[in-house]
Structures are given as structure tokens and as C-alpha cells.
Design a protein around this ligand. Structure first.
Ligand code: TRP
Length: 336
């Protein structure tokens, strides 16, 4: 069976350094190693509506994420890059899957259960308070994203493993009830993927407010790096690199020799200010070219729109044909 890699990104924010190190950089490296036509990447803008009710944010985020991936070297000739909402076959398949998927399966989804638990903990009279059907059915739409293109490998974070199990469950039920049309997708979770440390020493995450934006102008990048929290050790005092957010972030950008040199600087008592400056310079070296590309792309959204439209056209060549088969299998067919 042909290997087909597919993944989606929710369009609810602007990419930060943690996204770059943990997802964007490794995914582009992997995609560019792969043969043409086997790698799919999409903007999950329909999923974004579940969490994000600000239209401007959803819109801007789609633009920023597409521009980021292109600026970081994603080759749209090799990778089919598209927007979920441009593929109407996905939303139709979502409905068909709604009619295949057991409600009980969705009751067991971690994200939904966590929301119910939070309501119960708040002593809310309604355990489903604030929970939309979109949130409840999130894994069904995700199954449609994946199965529409019969993806075999789906790179995701740990938190998404259950969603892949659910996609397999839905695929198996469909195959059993109707016709064997879907392949069983597998989650690919990279445990070695760098979880970047944020400016406060915790994992870099939007929800902690400790992120460093990926493509801020140089000055703003430097300012954010200077804000990284350190202990109060003075210049000249030997410092422990393994207990330092600065070193942790540096490691994600530097080569083995640079890392060893930085360890020596720590042992020799480099000042926090100098360590931050070195970190800034290292990151800036890696990001300055993609940053320029990013800003020029952001200034020409029509260019990105054209890339996405071309990607959608490529994707739909498959999804149209496959949906026709799926419709036929469930009994939705021309009368004559
Ligand atoms: N749910 C994924 C996340 O939060 C995003 C996503 C939507 C996705 N559809 C997908 C990932 C399909 C992989 C395949 O990260």
C-alpha cells in the first residue's frame, strides 16, 4: 500500500518558535524527503470555528500559517497544501460519517469529557454547558479530513492519538456496513520532537502566554528573548545549562559544536545578558531569510490564495472521484 502522509493545523493563532521547532521544521524536512504526491498538509479552518469565534483571527491565522509554511521552505509542488473549507467533499463525508459513527464513541472523547468534567467541577447544573455540537463531533470531521484522502500516516501530537483511533473505528464501521473503501490511518507521534521551553521555563504554549513569535521583526524578537526568565546568578558565577530556558531554546537551533561551546560558556560564568544575546543571534541567523520571505508573502495575500487554490484543485481531483464512489456505496446515486 502506498504511504500517504497527511496532517492539519487549526487556524486559531500565529505560529511561534515552539510550533516551528516542534512541527513546522521537522514536517517540512520530512515532506521534502518524500516523493511527490504523497504528502498532504491543510489549514483546518472549519475546525478553528469550534474554538475561535473571532472571524478576524480565523482569517488572519489562515494567511499567517500558510505564509509561514511557505516561507519555511514547504514546496507546494511536492506537498498538496490546501484549506479544509475549499474541499466541500470533506464536509459531505463528515455528514455521512455522522450517520456511521456511534454517539457513544463521541461521548468517550477526551476533549469532550474534559469539558464536561470542568462543568461538573464548577457545579454547573448543565454538564454540557458551553459545549457546541462542533466540539462534540470534532473527531468525526477529523476522520473525514483523513479518510477523504485515505491517508496512511498522520503526524500529530500525543493528544490526538484518540482521534486517530476514532477515525479507524469510523472507517471500519463504514467498511463493514457498506463497502471496503477506507484504509486504516495511523497516528505518527514523534517522541523525539523538541518540546520547546517558553520564556517562563514551562513548555512554550499559547495558553501559557510564554511564546516567542516566529516572524516578529528582529527588534521585537530580541526584546522577547531578553525577557526570558533566569535565576539571579551574577556574571562570572558558573551556571547550570540543564536548568536554563535560554540553553534549552539555544539547543533547538544550534549544532553539536555550538551547543558544546555554550556549555563551556555556562561553566565559565557567562552573564545571562550575554547568553541571551548569543541565543538571539543564533535564532536570528536561522530565521532572517524566511522572515523576509514571510513578510513579502504577507504583503501579497493574492499569491498565497493562488497557491491554496491550486492545492485545492489538486486535492479535489482525488476527493471528487472518491466521494462519487462513497456516495454510490451508501445508495446516493443518479436515478437513471
Ligand atoms: N486536531 C488537530 C490538532 O488539534 C488538527 C487537525 C484537524 C488534524 N484535522 C486533522 C490533524 C486531520 C491531522 C489530521 O492538532
Amino acid at each position: 500500500m502506498k504511504k500517504r502522509v497527511l496532517t492539519g493545523i487549526n487556524t486559531t493563532g500565529i505560529p511561534h518558535l515552539g510550533n516551528y521547532v516542534g512541527a513546522i521544521r521537522p514536517a517540512i524536512a520530512a515532506a521534502n524527503r518524500q516523493a511527490q504526491g504523497e504528502s498532504f498538509l491543510f489549514l483546518a479552518d472549519l475546525h478553528a470555528l469550534i474554538k475561535c469565534h473571532d472571524p478576524e483571527t480565523v482569517h488572519q491565522s489562515s494567511l499567517a500559517i500558510a505564509a509561514t509554511w511557505l516561507a519555511c521552505g514547504l514546496d507546494p509542488e511536492k506537498v498538496t497544501l490546501y484549506r479544509q473549507s475549499d474541499i466541500p467533499e470533506i464536509t459531505e463525508l463528515n455528514w455521512i460519517f455522522n450517520c456511521v459513527c456511534a454517539k457513544g464513541l463521541m461521548n468517550r472523547a477526551h476533549a469532550y469529557k474534559a469539558a464536561v468534567d470542568a462543568n461538573n467541577a464548577d457545579n454547573n447544573a448543565d454538564p454540557d454547558h458551553g459545549i457546541s455540537m462542533g466540539l462534540f463531533c470534532y473527531p468525526v470531521l477529523m476522520a473525514a479530513d483523513i479518510l477523504m484522502f485515505n491517508a496512511t500516516h498522520v503526524p500529530v501530537g500525543r493528544d490526538q492519538i484518540q482521534h486517530l483511533e476514532m477515525a479507524r473505528d469510523i472507517a471500519a464501521r463504514f467498511n463493514h456496513r457498506y463497502e471496503n473503501l477506507f484504509v486504516m490511518p495511523e497516528a505518527v507521534v514523534d517522541d523525539n520532537v523538541a518540546l520547546l521551553t517558553g520564556t517562563d521555563g514551562r513548555k512554550m504554549s499559547k495558553s501559557y502566554g510564554n511564546t516567542i513569535a516566529l516572524f516578529e521583526p528582529e527588534k521585537a524578537l530580541r526584546k522577547q528573548i531578553m525577557k526570558i526568565v533566569t535565576n539571579s546568578q551574577a556574571p562570572g558565577e558558573p551556571k547550570n545549562p540543564d536548568d536554563s530556558a535560554i540553553f534549552d531554546i539555544y539547543r533547538a537551533f544550534a549544532g553539536a559544536e555550538e551547543i558544546a561551546a555554550m556549555r563551556r560558556h555556562y561553566a565559565e560564568g557567562i552573564s545571562w545578558g550575554d547568553a541571551k544575546q548569543m541565543l538571539f543571534e543564533r535564532i536570528n541567523t536561522e530565521l532572517s531569510t524566511p522572515r523576509e520571505i514571510y513578510h513579502s508573502l504577507m504583503a501579497e495575500p493574492a499569491k498565497i490564495e493562488a497557491v491554496l487554490q491550486a492545492g485545492a484543485e489538486k486535492a479535489r481531483r482525488e476527493s471528487r472521484a472518491f466521494l462519487a464512489q462513497i456516495r454510490h456505496a451508501v445508495g446516493i446515486r443518479p436515478l437513471a
